[in-house]
Design a protein around this ligand. Structure first.
Ligand SMILES: [Fe+2]
Ligand SMILES: [Fe+2]
Length: 246
């Protein structure tokens, strides 16, 4: 298997592998800066593929930070493989992520970031946002690159199939269709609707991202605020059974 690499924002590379068995893409993102940051490790079994793709951008041994959205194999399954090839690499997570997952799972201790804490990696500044159970997982968090206004949004805006790297319109419609289509399938209930879901989407929208880096499907460039409000409204309606008009 070979991954496709595309620059979707300055210094920000999308590494995409389509898995026919799943019928979806698994995308990692590399921010190539003084201290290179990898968002999602990909599956442990896909490590050779991801490694070769990263090597086409930067020496993998120079990787400094590994972030992910929540503890699942596509998000962080290859974490220890990355810690092995990159001696300076450190996993990033929030408090719950460290206490519940990484303190045991990771071969080296993670760096724990507080909600809203900023990590400068050179020109880029990454802000961790804790988003419990959005899209899912107690430990859920997302990263926002304040420099280029890129939101690494994990499973939010999920789109099945093999997609183009970057689109500038139609992402809310695709995401809405995917949520609706998934409701009756065997993978339903991937996104729990809690009293905090609406507020979490509003908080992300207030960041006004310029690029949405999506884990499964196309990334988006444009009005990220409107896209996140649109996604929030779709989730409120389809999963929460309420119309917010947001
Ligand atoms: Fe997930
Ligand atoms: Fe995922």
């Amino acid at each position: 298997m070979q991954a496709k690499v595309a620059e979707i924002a300055p210094d920000t590379y999308r590494i995409s592998a389509f898995h026919p068995d799943y019928g979806i893409e698994f995308n990692q993102f590399l921010v190539n800066d003084d201290e290179p940051f990898l968002m999602h490790t990909g599956f442990r079994k896909s490590f050779p593929t991801t490694l070769e793709a990263v090597r086409s951008i930067v020496d993998p041994a120079k990787l400094r930070w590994v972030g992910f959205g929540h503890f699942e194999p596509d998000e962080c399954g290859a974490l220890n493989e990355w810690l092995a090839v990159a001696p300076q690499a450190t996993a990033l997570c929030n408090f719950v992520g460290s206490m519940v997952m990484l303190n045991d799972f990771a071969d080296r201790p993670p760096r724990v970031l507080a909600d809203g804490e900023v990590l400068p990696i050179g020109r880029h500044r990454l802000r961790l946002l804790s988003t419990p159970h959005v899209p899912h997982g107690w430990d859920a968090c997302l990263y926002f690159d304040e420099t280029e206004r890129t939101l690494f949004c994990s499973d939010l805006f999920f789109q099945p199939g093999e997609r183009e790297p970057l689109i500038e319109a139609g992402i809310v419609e695709r995401a809405r269709e995917a949520i609706q289509g998934g409701l009756a399938g065997p993978m339903a209930k991937d996104l729990p609707y809690t009293p905090d879901t609406h507020g979490a989407l509003q908080r992300l929208a207030a960041l006004a991202p310029r690029t949405l880096a999506v884990m499964h499907g196309s990334s988006f460039r444009g009005d990220g605020r409107a896209a996140l409000l649109g996604l929030g409204a779709a989730i409120d309606e389809l999963l929460g059974g309420r119309s917010t008009g947001a």
